[in-house]
Design a binder for this molecule. Structure first.
Ligand code: AGP
Length: 611
């Protein structure tokens, strides 16, 4: 998704802008650009392609005296990736330059209005409309013209705005898309992402919904929609991320680094919530009475977070004995969900900024549901708008394909299920104690799996040229197959589908032919023999089988599967935390062997902040 950066101060804008854009590359983009104010003129440099294209374009430019500037990495929504469609976009007068993350829903009508007012447009973007509209209202007071222009915008937008006539400030605006203000020594910054600011400051302020900030080198003034000045001083927070976590260290890719970090971050996520054999959620003071009246739980999310939700459904329904529905946020927000005050909506989101998940949250609250979010980024929009928040402790996740955050989400869902089941007296203390012990051992068990990652690499070599793959499993294994399939698609571009194994014979088995790769998950002991039957069906039609199971099934599985990877036999209920790891590693090596851009897969963004 698009990334915004801005600088105003006594120093040089350009080096900060370029470094900040580099730190946001992981968000996914197809072009980049900067605008700086130099001798009361705005100079814009923007290029399609990777950041190095922009850096090459700047090589012979002398811009060191510029102390105000904005920058942008663009993930194309309106208009193909091109130099012209790249941001920043500048107005007809050349006075106003804008960078934007989001979508302006009513840009066509605004474009028609401005065209009638004599404006000509050179790009296919919605963003150019913003620059021209501010220009239309500009009367020597940038804040006033921004307030007027913004009042006519519909949609989502985080904006960075520069004006050549007022080079002592940048203006930031936030609606639905995240925007952060950072403060330094005689300089201040804006960015879409904390990652871009950590090089210069850890003191940040998250611009709140519909607010506008006027940022100068030595002041930050925030206005609400009623143009009232807000006292933002108390709302600054200190980011304690270690810079190291935003670097690859000795790893070739962030994805492998984050796969290997899973034991550590899971241990952190779990241990902070288990004290003396009890589960504590200090950021979740839900009333016992409310839980007693709970009649339904919705889990709403996108992508991998939704896949984690499917695992959560199986666990919650088994332990809490309340109906749990998992809905894709993009679907949930446009249906008529059956919600009332006895419904709990759980939103799962690594970034806490996914537009569809945020919209679903707002819809559920409008219908009277309480919202609990499971989020990895403190202070993110979804966290801020939830009634309750449980943070995963995965740390910054840079690779577009999530691994450690997904695994931490699973552990929170396990603990939450036990917590609620215990509150409702639906679990015996022995079972509770047994489950807590199992969950506490997940981190070590994952270490065991990771210690054998080269075995998976060898298996990936066998199948690297496959054109498509089936992931099949039953019950919890089916839920994990969903995530395995998404991982493989995302990073290796191998087309794959996840199917409930029992469903194959109802249609999809027609696609099985000689050499078709079938990845099978067999961790649910009670369903093992059923799975063996399914494997016989696909093998009889020529499939090559890569099975993941526990070594208690070694005799049977080795007779039918071409490749087998064994995970520790530690728990049927919490096996997803282990069985997903081989899929993550298989996807990584498949992508590596196919020379894919593992950390920044084509067309993908780390946080999808537009619909
Ligand atoms: C997962 O590997 C993908 N990057 C994507 O499906 C992601 O899970 C989805 O966009 C949801 O993101 P969120 O967890 O930040 O809300």
């Amino acid at each position: 998704m698009c990334g915004i950066i801005g600088y105003i101060g006594a120093g040089e804008a350009l080096p900060f802008l370029l470094k900040g854009l580099e730190k946001m590359e992981y968000r996914g983009y197809d072009s980049s650009g900067v605008a700086v104010v130099s001798e009361n003129k705005i100079k814009v440099y923007k290029k399609c392609g990777r950041l190095k294209e922009l850096e090459n374009a700047l090589k012979n430019e002398e811009l060191l005296e510029c102390s105000a500037g904005i920058g942008h990495t663009r993930w194309a929504t309106h208009g193909k990736p091109s130099d012209i469609n790249s941001h920043p976009h500048t107005s007809k007068s050349g006075k106003i330059s804008v960078v934007h993350n989001g979508i302006i829903e009513n840009y066509i009508s605004l474009k028609n209005f401005l065209t009638q007012e004599g404006y000509k447009f050179i790009s296919d973007t919605d963003t150019e409309v913003i620059a021209q509209l501010i220009d239309f209202y500009y009367n020597g007071d940038l804040l006033d013209s921004v307030q007027k222009a913004v009042s006519r915008l519909e949609g989502s937008y985080a904006l960075g705005i520069l004006c050549s006539d007022e080079p002592d400030k940048i203006i930031a605006v936030k609606k639905d898309s995240p925007l952060i203000i950072g403060t330094g020594e005689n300089e201040n910054y804006i960015a879409s992402d904390v990652m871009a600011l950590l090089l210069r400051t850890r003191k940040i302020y998250r611009l709140q919904e519909n607010n506008i900030a006027v940022i100068k080198k030595d002041s930050i003034t925030v206005y609400n929609p009623a143009k009232k000045v807000l006292n933002s001083e108390n709302d600054f927070e200190f980011v304690n991320w270690d810079i190291e976590s935003t670097n690859k260290g000795n790893y070739e890719h962030f994805m492998m680094k984050e796969i290997m970090e899973q034991p550590t971050v899971i241990s952190k996520t779990v241990s902070s919530r288990i004290k003396n054999g009890e589960i504590y959620f200090d950021d979740f003071d839900i009333a016992d009475e409310y839980l007693k009246n709970l009649s339904k739980i919705y889990i709403v999310a996108c992508g991998s977070a939704a896949n984690a939700g499917v695992v959560g459904k199986y666990i919650m329904e088994k332990l809490i004995k309340i109906p749990v529905e998992v809905e894709l946020a993009s679907e949930f927000r446009y249906k008529t969900p059956l919600i009332d005050e006895s419904t709990l909506l759980i939103v799962i989101s690594q970034s806490g900024e996914t537009a569809d998940s945020l919209a679903a949250l707002r819809e559920a609250k409008r219908l009277g549901a309480k919202v609990l979010s499971i989020v990895n980024v403190k202070g993110s929009s979804i966290a801020n708008e939830s009634d309750y928040v449980i943070y995963t402790s995965a740390g910054p996740e840079i690779a577009v394909a999530t691994t450690k955050a997904y695994s931490c989400q699973l552990c929170i869902l396990y603990l939450l299920s036990l917590f609620i089941a215990n509150k409702l007296n639906r679990i015996s203390s022995d079972k509770l104690y047994e489950c807590i012990n199992k969950i506490s051992s997940i981190s070590d068990k994952i270490e065991e799996v990771l210690s054998k990652k080269d075995e998976i690499m060898e298996i990936a070599k066998k199948y690297k040229d496959t054109e498509y793959a089936f992931f099949i499993g039953r019950n919890l294994d089916y839920a994990v197959c969903m995530e395995g399939s998404l991982k493989l698609k995302e990073v290796s571009y191998i087309h794959s589908e996840a199917y409930a194994a029992g469903e194959l014979k109802h249609g999809p088995i027609s696609l099985i032919e000689n050499g078709t790769l079938v990845l099978a998950l067999l961790t649910q002991d009670k369903l093992f023999d059923k799975m063996i039957s399914n494997l016989r069906e696909v093998k009889a039609r020529g499939a090559k089988i890569f099975a993941i199971t526990t070594d208690i099934h070694k005799d049977k599985i080795s007779q039918i599967a071409e490749s087998v990877f064994y995970i520790p036999d530690f728990s049927n209920e919490f096996s997803p935390s282990l069985s997903v790891i081989p899929f993550q590693i298989f996807s990584y090596y498949s992508a590596l062997l196919r020379n894919c851009d593992i950390d920044k897969p084509r067309n993908l963004a780390k946080s999808v902040t537009v619909e």
